[in-house]
Write a protein that binds this ligand. Sequence first.
Ligand SMILES: Cc1cc2nc3c(=O)[nH]c(=O)nc-3n(C[C@H](O)[C@H](O)[C@H](O)COP(=O)(O)O)c2cc1C
Length: 171
Amino acid sequence: MAKNMLKEGKSGASDQLASAVALVTSSYGGKVNVMSAVWALRVSIDPFLMAVFVGHERETYRLIDGSGEFGISFCSEEQSELAHIAGNYSLKDVDKFSLANFHPFKARFIEAPLIGNSVSCFECRVIEKFDVGDHRGFIGEVLNAYYDDTKKPLIYNGGKFFKMGERIRHS
Ligand SMILES: Cc1cc2nc3c(=O)[nH]c(=O)nc-3n(C[C@H](O)[C@H](O)[C@H](O)COP(=O)(O)O)c2cc1C
């Protein structure tokens, strides 16, 4: 049986997940921040809603909770260094925008900037929030979006960044 080929273990199973990588931007009380998130995804077609799950101890949590807004910029494969920086440093210690050029640009409907050179960017207004375990889920109504269909998404798998592979049959 195929099941016998599978190893057992929560950590190993988690490492097999593959996700897009987002740069979540937020702004509140004069502070502007960017944080990496793999737990960022579309959750409704009509209305167009995005969700992001943010750890309670993150500065991003405080900024989104306070402002009721967030930006999501999905990384292109040339942005792995930015995803590394935004995911390993906190605004508690450093302004991440001073560590690298994130190519931020002004959004139309939210205070937080969006990140240039991404594959797609979404301006979101929080319409619902709830706690799940050690994270808070923020559901955002998408007010505006941008994309670049010449770029390819960055992939995160087992703690490492990858380029997207080739297209295969049945898709
Ligand atoms: C690739 C990657 C993905 C991450 N995904 C998430 C996520 O979905 N949610 C989350 O709360 N933290 C996530 N993190 C951790 C935060 O990005 C990290 O704790 C960051 O330092 C928080 O920054 P802040 O305190 O300035 O908000 C991720 C980190 C990396 C490197």
